[in-house]
Design a protein around this ligand. Structure first.
Ligand code: ZN
Length: 315
């Protein structure tokens, strides 16, 4: 019998301090329901505590100094939104975003030391719409992007793959690495919705040409289409790239019944995508994988899909 993978999960009530205001889909309530489900995972899944918050220097691995300062100042000023546009914040958002990022960095360290093979970090606010100089969507700091740079700067790895299956295209992550020869960005997302980027014709630029892979999926399509696209396009590209570490932008808003997303994936789709990421990690990356929560706005659906994801990580 195949040995199970040593898997961890990180979640914390601290993230509920990020208050996005009444009626906002990216809510503390959504996170509470998810946390309750993660509490009931089997005992073999280790609970990973965060060792620290991210430092400013780590944020600056990806973000402009001026944008970091803007987030700090807007939070201090008790603004309801970042002045870059549509990102709801509260007085704790700067701190919580640094805590979220620090937890992911702790997870990366844990995986790099070989104590666990894979960790799912259930954090908020999410990150993949945040560009180097701009908060967007519900995102403040781009966690996976910082994770990729941290793996290179702190752990000396070179080739990092970021797989993003949130229903929205991760425009921030794409933009940050569009010319990067060492970070591959793969996104499966619903076409023609926010942020209206992620065309299949975008393949990267300059030295990064060929390392951006966008798979826009039609509204109402189910998981079969995504899995077929994985087999036809994603898998061959990752086999050529041979990543040394796999990061996942794990959004669960492509799940059926999500109030924002318009795809119809079921929990098994998320489980199967997870297995395929693990397969890539085991083949090229010494099994090393960290996934980070992005979207997912039907609380019960989010909880159910995230549990399927973690269980598949541990198979
Ligand atoms: Zn999303």
């Amino acid at each position: 019998m195949k040995e199970t993978r040593q898997t961890g999960v990180h979640f914390s009530a601290d993230y509920q301090r990020h208050d996005t205001g009444p009626g906002h889909p990216e809510s503390a309530h959504r996170y509470r329901v998810l946390s309750e489900a993660l509490e009931s995972l089997p005992p073999g899944i280790e609970r990973v505590a965060s060792a620290r918050r991210a430092t400013v220097a780590e944020v600056l691995l990806v973000h402009d100094h001026s944008y970091h300062d803007l987030v700090y100042r807007d939070t201090e000023l008790l603004a309801d939104f970042l002045r870059t546009g549509d990102t709801a914040i509260c007085e704790h958002s700067y701190d919580v975003a640094l805590e979220a990022c620090g937890a992911m960095l702790t997870a990366i360290d844990t995986v790099m030391t070989g104590n666990l093979a894979g960790v799912f970090c259930a954090v908020r606010p999410p990150g993949h719409h945040a560009t180097a100089n701009r908060g967007m969507g519900f995102c403040v700091f781009n966690h996976v992007a910082i994770g990729a740079r941290y793996l290179q700067a702190r752990h000396g790895l070179k080739r990092i793959a970021i797989i993003d299956w949130d229903v929205h295209h991760g425009n921030g992550t794409e933009e940050i690495f569009i010319e990067d020869p060492d970070v591959m960005y793969v996104s499966l997302h619903q076409e023609h919705i926010y942020p209206y980027t992620g065309a299949a014709t975008t393949h990267g630029r300059g030295e990064g040409l060929g390392l951006t892979l966008n798979i826009p999926l039609p509204s109402l399509s189910d998981g079969c289409l995504a899995l077929a696209a994985w087999e036809a396009q994603v898998m061959p590209a990752l086999e050529v790239f041979q990543p040394e570490f796999v990061l996942i932008s794990a959004g669960f808003d492509a799940r059926m019944d999500d109030p924002i997303g318009g795809l119809r994936w079921d929990d098994e789709t998320f489980a199967e995508l997870t297995r395929r990421c693990v397969r890539i990690a085991e083949r090229w990356s010494g099994g090393r994988l960290v996934s980070v929560l992005e979207g997912g706005y039907n609380p019960a659906g989010l909880a159910s899909a995230a549990v399927a994801h973690v269980l598949a990580l541990s198979e």
